[in-house]
Design a protein around this ligand. Structure first.
Ligand code: PMP
Length: 312
């Protein structure tokens, strides 16, 4: 359950939590065309001299750019600029007195016409914030999780928009996640329509083989994850060889290490896939190094990526 906070930003106004409701004729509720984002704010330790300390939103600009991209792809024209939505994110955390939290901007088609086309329905924008700890649990971050290749394939690139974070597309994620959980696993891994490894229900996937870090390339059916980009950047800075490439199911089973990345999932190690241990079934050394670097950058003392941080 999400804990109730004070305010939700709705079309330019700070509205009381209980008053942020929608009409049942809301077009997006019926047909699933709405763009959204998931963003984290961390209370950072900052450097010894205090630089970079306090609450910062991680990679806010990149997330709001992806929101704009999702809107562009679905022909949604928000009434607010990217800068206004960024400001709303900052002000919402302040209005709720939050030092850490998760932000959920959402652009959706409101009520009016009920046909699929509905070109004149109002485009609504909202930003919600809530407290969210480790998405897959603290133990998952420390020890890794057990995954199952889903019986659901990831959307084909000519069926939906893999590069968009669009609400209706998440039926695929919800079905895959439920299937995995009901079968006793922590998370699903989906293959694409050609049978190559794609991503999790809400995470990008990486493997390590013989010291090389590998992840599916952007021409595949994956979301262009911002955490994925963060980890690729940090790996290159650590001189870890990186390949963006196709990965097969058996390459995944035979990997030395594997992990998920995502704003919610952060950097979660994978210790088992389809009842096969990944490597020795424990968190591997490259995963550990990257996870430590990641947490140092988002909430620790690292100040080398100041351009990724927006002060609240
Ligand atoms: N893939 C999917 C399907 C997702 O929903 C997410 C979460 N936004 C990701 C990957 C990871 O993206 P990011 O690192 O930008 O949160």
């Amino acid at each position: 359950m999400v804990d109730k906070l004070k305010k939700i930003w709705v079309d330019g106004e700070m509205v009381n939590w209980d008053d942020a409701t929608v009409h049942v004729l809301t077009h997006s509720l019926h047909y699933g065309v709405a763009a959204f984002e998931g963003i984290r704010a961390y209370k950072r330790a900052g450097s010894a001299s205090g630089v970079g300390a306090g609450t910062h939103i991680f990679r806010l600009k990149e997330h709001i750019q992806r929101l704009a991209d999702s809107c562009k792809m679905t022909l949604l024209t928000p009434r607010f600029t990217k800068e206004q939505i960024e400001t709303a994110c900052v002000e919402l955390l302040r209005a709720n007195g939050m030092e850490e939290g998760y932000l959920r901007p959402l652009v959706y088609l409101g009520d009016g016409a009920m046909g699929v086309y509905a070109p004149n329905n109002p485009v609504r924008t909202t930003v919600i914030a809530w407290k969210w700890g480790a998405y897959l649990g603290d133990e998952a971050l420390a020890k890794g999780i057990r995954c199952k290749i889903s019986s659901f394939a990831r959307h084909h690139i000519n069926i939906s928009l893999a590069k968009g974070k669009i609400t209706g597309q998440y039926t695929n994620s919800v079905l895959a996640k439920r299937e995995a959980k009901l079968a006793g696993y922590d998370e699903a891994i989906m293959l694409d329509a050609q049978g190559y490894v794609s991503e999790g229900s809400g995470e990008n996937l990486f493997i390590v083989k013989k010291g090389v870090l590998m992840t599916p390339d952007l021409s595949s059916s994956i979301l262009e994850g911002i955490t994925r980009d963060t980890v690729l950047t940090l790996a290159r800075e650590l001189n870890i060889p990186v390949q963006e490439t196709r990965i097969t199911r058996d390459q995944l089973w035979l990997a030395d290490e594997a992990f998920f990345t995502g704003t919610a999932a952060e950097l979660t190690p994978i210790r088992e896939v389809d009842n096969r241990a990944i490597g020795d079934g424990v968190v591997g050394p490259i995963t550990k190094r990257l996870q430590a670097r990641f947490f140092d950058v988002v909430r620790g003392a690292d100040t080398t990526h100041a351009d990724w941080l927006t002060k609240v």
